[in-house]
Every structure is written in C-alpha cells, then in structure tokens.
Ligand binder design. Structure first.
Ligand code: GUN
Length: 290
C-alpha cells in the first residue's frame, strides 16, 4: 500500500493558511480567533483540543480555551455557548464532544450560532451540506476530500463504501462523495451495524472509508487490490512494548494490508491531522465573513 501522508498534507495546508493570515493582517484585518469549549477531563478530548489550540498558534490565529467542570449543568453550558455567540472577538468555536451524560449534546450544538459553527455540526450547516449549499462542512470528511484532491485520486464513477453512519463522519462523507463535484461523483454505499454481506460489499469498494471505532475491523480479505483505504478510526489498544502500555490504531488492519496494491491513510498521521487543518480553514472562512 502507498501511504497517504495526512500529517505532511495538513502542515502544507497550515502553511497556506498562515500566509493568508499574514496577508490579511498586513491589510489591516484582525487575526482569526477560534475558541474551544471542553467539559471535564477526558484525556483523549483534552489531547485533541490541545492539538487544535497548538495549530492555532502555528498559523497565527488567536485562540481561547474554555475549560468547564465535568459536573456543569446544561443551562450553564448553554450560557457559555451564548457568551461566545455574542462575543465579537470570536470568529468561530467548537464544543468538544463527547459531553457528560447530564447534558443533551444536540441541544448544545443547536445553540451554536451557525455562522460561528466551524465544526459544521449545527442542523443549518448539516442541512446546507445535504442540499449542496454553501456552509461549514464537518472537518473530518472535508479533510478526507482534501486528501483525495491533493493526491489526485480519481473518484468519478468509482464505488465508495462508507463504514459507519455517524453525523460527524459517515453521513457527511456519504453526501460529499456522492456530490456532483471533484472529488465526488462516486456511487456510494453506506454500511452500518445492520448491513448484511458486509465483506462482499467492501470487496467491491474502490474507495473504502472506515469510521466505526473498532480496532482492526477491516481485515485484508475485505479489501480489493488497488483500493484507496481511508482509516478514520482512533482506537487505543494495549501494547506491552510501549512505555504507556497502549498505542493508537485505526479501524483497519494496516499491517496485514501492507503488501496489497493500493493507497492507505495511516493511524496516526492520516485523517487526524487533516481534521485540524480543515477546522482552521473553516475558522479562516468564518473570520472573512464576519
Ligand atoms: N469529537 C470527536 N471529533 C470531534 C470533532 O471533530 N469536533 C468536536 N467538537 N468534537 C469531536
């Protein structure tokens, strides 16, 4: 398999964004400003948000991290969202998911002003995406589209198989790959936990996107030689050879596929860094519109 280097691509996009920020600031504009709300201390969420804030520094954005207690009430969190909605200094913000059980996450996402919703999770932005109208696209599927574009991978007329139907990845990925656009124009099959004959379907995929959150779910016998395999999984599994006792791995058995012809995104260093690049791009766009 040839590696699709998401880390290098993300850094290249960040360089482009940094140059654009410098141009705008030289023209008298203020720096774009991203805020992130994090609730509680889930270590994975903390790490993801930390990467996002660090990336802001790299491209010359201002950033604000709003850290809230695990025990916060829904109404208090809604007040924090409202404060960011009303703050003219903030161009865009995200509420890191998952949220604790006492909070209705959907209600919180719907409280975010669509024009500041740089995660693209508000129903207005999700609806615009489904209708092919302009709006913020969720960063992970947008990052996958950007990788396909920058690696000049032909998608038109190809069979794309999406494993997973989440609102964050599977559903928007299905929409983006089936659009009349380039990349796009795929015939898309969306698979989920009730799909029958899954192996048969995945074996017919020219492009296979795995977004189910189960380590090494996609085995070599499920992949057609020559396929482009996009691994969205970020799973922590035991590994006695590591100091931490664990390591990150994807939804795909990448090692088993190493001798198969085709392309693959590694974990880590594939889709993850692209999510950050596209979040920054959305924030850059939000700042231009404000
Ligand atoms: N949790 C997992 N992925 C994401 C993401 O892209 N945005 C937010 N806000 N939370 C997440």
């Amino acid at each position: 398999m040839q590696i699709i280097d998401g880390k290098a691509t993300s850094l290249a996009i960040q360089d482009e964004i940094k140059e654009e920020v410098q141009r705008r600031v030289a023209d008298g504009a203020k720096k774009p400003h991203l805020a992130a709300i994090i609730v509680g201390d889930n270590p994975a969420s903390r790490a993801y948000v930390g990467h996002k804030i660090k990336a802001c520094e790299r491209v010359g954005f201002d950033s604000t991290l709003v850290e809230l207690s695990e025990n916060i009430l829904e109404e208090q969190l809604l007040d924090e969202v409202q404060a960011l909605n009303e703050d003219p200094a903030i161009d865009g913000f995200i509420v890191q998911l998952p949220l604790p059980d006492q909070i209705d996450a959907q209600r919180v996402l719907e409280a975010v002003l669509p024009s500041k919703d740089v995660d693209g999770f508000h129903p207005i932005n999700a609806g615009n995406l489904s209708l092919g109208l302009p709006g913020f696209q969720p960063a992970t599927p947008a990052g996958i589209i950007e990788l396909l574009k920058r690696y000049s991978i032909e998608t038109s007329g190809k069979h794309a198989v999406i494993l997973g139907r989440s609102a964050i990845v599977g559903t928007p990925m299905t929409l983006l790959l089936s659009r009349n656009a380039n990349p796009g124009n795929c015939t898309v099959t969306m698979c989920h936990s009730r799909t029958q004959n899954l192996d048969e379907i995945t074996r017919s995929a020219d492009i296979l996107v795995a977004a189910i959150g189960r380590p090494h779910f996609v085995t070599p016998d499920m992949v057609k030689p020559g396929a482009v395999v996009i691994d969205v999984g970020i799973n922590r599994i035991p590994d006695a050879t590591k100091k931490s006792g664990t390591r990150l791995t994807g939804d795909v058995d990448a090692e088993g596929l190493s001798d198969v012809d085709g392309h693959i995104t590694p974990v880590p260093g594939g889709v993850g860094p692209m999510t950050i690049a596209m979040l920054l791009k959305n924030t850059l766009d939000a700042a231009a519109q404000s």
